[in-house]
Design a protein around this ligand. Structure first.
Ligand code: ASP
Length: 601
């Protein structure tokens, strides 16, 4: 639109000049024979005045128009009368006296409000997402996201990376989640998978001499949705040749810190601390520790080695441990709270129970106190630095479970006692994750990261003898208790890769069928390489201060995995299935997962 100014940019500097603005009717009121409209675009609102004596046609139009109509107006900018200024708006000292007005679009009664205060149900917001996107908060989030991604691209370019698009119809990727599959028409009974990540292709780019690859890559994983998980999400995906961990860390620290600064005005200092996985689990009971507050776990097994307290003793006899957490100020917690909410948190992570003691007037109180000797109590108080007014919580049992469940209690305590400082961003690297994990039910060994991850050089021997003890050359970025991404150095030696496949229980034939093309590529001069993938949605969520990634994705799915706006997923037509050689099993529900809803009723 010729000469159009953005609404939010009309200020006192424009006093006396003519402007053209266009946007949505945010608010309308009549006062003293005049009609006032706040016109909005994504930059803000500007006040329009319609005076019947000066411009009768425009005034008549203004009287007719309703909320969210789209207008183009023209007129001189003038100071608002004294006393009617709004110091909270950049445009608050001026108004446009409209002498020409055109309606560009009409709106029916709005199904949802578009101001930030509106608290519509999320399902309704997503049903009318195109209206929800008009809200200043959504506009701010999407624009911050754009700046963030742009900044990542700029820095990647400066660092010598090139963006390469990898295919989105591929064979299955071994990232450990369920694939979304696309049936093939030309090959009935065969499927493509949507990539869980561009992992294999980016490694092939390295074999292809591309050296420094990156991609703002869409990935798909068929998992249950959560606040920070969607079926499809976007990763900053990277791979580099001839690097070690230090070089990879340097690149990511530079990219992410610069992009956080440019997009969110959040200063992120570097380098980031590095914490081996085993230490993170020991100190925080989590592989994504929130390090904005201390309150670390203590292994107090040695204190209770000869305890007469059955619960502790039993755990230790079975090779487990006793973990303790000092909760400053916790003496105010009631028994109901500790045995209700707090116990529930511990149980969610597998703990059988949560023991606790209060500290008042120099001694411990609580049901378990009578089972603990004076020496044990004194040793505990000394080790944890217990003071009057504290509470000590314990978990006992298999060490991994005792730690993760008390780690969850630690986070719960932090929220309950408001220990988490606002406006702080604690980035860190978690390193040396285990290479393998064992499914507790099937006993099967699987990769913690993916099967192309290098074992720690000191642990190669253990791959055959004690795979669960093998550390890997993999690493995660964690910030404020959120895992933002992970990566690793890769195996490029076919014999070593074969050993890993074997440890994973993959027969040579199966490995050949699934990954033969990669193994074959590695026979022709693979450079050593490694990489990383970081979740764009999660990083933007943190950067703009949201608590779910749905607030930073233009068109997300609901938590139950549907799209109420388009009414999808939709039932499939028999002809469509026949074309790709498929037939629905009779047990399948013919109903769509989400009832279709008309867009604008
Ligand atoms: N492909 C991995 C992931 O998506 C990241 C990597 O190893 O580079 O988690």
């Amino acid at each position: 639109m010729k000469g159009r100014r953005m609404c939010g940019t009309v200020t006192a500097a424009d006093d006396g000049s003519r402007v053209v603005v266009a946007g949505w009717v945010n608010h309308r009121r009549d006062h003293g024979g005049l009609t006032f409209i706040d016109l909005r675009d994504h930059t803000g609102v500007v006040q329009l005045v319609f005076n019947p004596a000066l411009a009768p046609e425009a005034h008549e139009l203004a009287e007719r128009c309703r909320l969210e109509w789209v207008l183009r107006v023209e007129g001189p900018v003038g100071r608002r009368p004294e006393g009617s200024e709004n110091p909270n708006l950049p445009t608050g000292s001026v108004e446009i006296t409209v002498d020409a007005c055109e309606v560009l679009g009409q709106a029916e009664a709005m199904p949802i409000g578009v101001s930030d205060e509106v608290a519509a149900d999320e399902r309704v917001r997503l049903q009318y997402r195109y209206l929800d996107l008009r809200r200043p908060r959504m506009q701010r989030n999407l624009r911050a996201r754009h700046r963030f991604v742009k900044s990542l691209r700029d820095v990647a370019d400066q660092l010598g990376f090139i963006e390469i698009e990898t295919p989105t119809m591929i064979p299955s990727t071994p990232e450990g989640a369920r694939d979304f599959i696309v049936p093939s028409r030309l090959w009935p009974g065969h499927v493509w998978a949507l990539p869980q990540s561009p992992q294999i292709y980016k490694q092939l780019c390295m074999v292809g001499g591309c050296d420094r690859y990156f991609q703002i890559a869409r990935c798909w994983r068929d998992e249950d949705l959560r606040a920070d998980r969607q079926f499809e999400f976007t990763q900053l995906d990277m791979e580099m040749s001839f690097v070690d961990e230090d070089e990879i860390f340097l690149v990511l620290e530079e990219m992410i810190s610069k992009a956080f600064g440019e997009a969110f005005q959040i200063p992120v200092s570097t380098p980031w601390p590095r914490l081996p996985f085993s230490e993170a689990m020991r100190r925080f009971g989590s592989d994504k520790p929130d390090t904005r507050f201390d309150m670390e776990l203590e292994d107090v097994s040695d204190i209770f080695r000869d305890s007469s307290f059955r619960v502790f003793k039993g755990a230790l006899e079975e090779g487990g441990s006793v973990q303790a957490l000092r909760v400053p100020g916790g003496a105010e917690l009631t028994r109901g709270e500790l045995e209700g909410e707090w116990l529930q948190v511990a149980r969610t992570y597998g703990a059988a129970g949560l023991a606790y003691m209060w500290r008042r007037s120099g001694s411990f109180e609580g049901a378990i106190t009578k089972f603990l000797s004076a020496e044990e109590q004194a040793a505990l108080a000394g080790r944890l630095g217990v003071e009057d007014g504290d509470c000590v919580c314990f978990t006992a049992g298999r060490t991994a479970v005792a730690r993760t469940s008390l780690g969850a209690v630690r986070l719960h305590a932090a929220r309950r006692f408001d220990w988490i400082p606002k406006g702080r961003f604690d980035f860190l690297w978690i390193t040396e994750f285990p290479l393998f994990e064992q499914d507790p039910v099937t006993g099967r060994v699987g990769s913690v990261h993916h099967p192309f991850t290098q074992p720690h050089p000191d642990d190669w021997e253990l791959v055959r003898t004690d795979p669960i003890a093998v550390r890997s050359r993999s690493y995660d970025i964690v910030c404020n208790g959120v895992e933002l991404g992970s990566g690793s150095l890769r195996i490029t030696n076919p014999a070593q890769q074969a050993a890993i496949f074997e440890a994973l229980g993959l027969s040579a034939e199966e490995a050949e069928r699934k990954f033969g093309f990669l193994m074959s590529a590695f026979r022709y001069g693979p450079p050593p390489h490694g990489g990383f993938a970081a979740g764009i949605d999660r990083m933007v969520m943190l950067g703009v201060g949201e608590t779910t990634i749905r607030e930073v994705i233009a068109f997300p799915k609901t938590q139950s995995g549907g799209d109420p706006m388009t009414g999808s997923p939709t039932p499939v037509a028999v002809e469509q299935l026949t074309e790709v050689g498929l037939r629905l099993a009779p047990t399948l529900r013919p109903e769509p997962a989400v009832a279709p809803t008309g867009g604008g009723e």
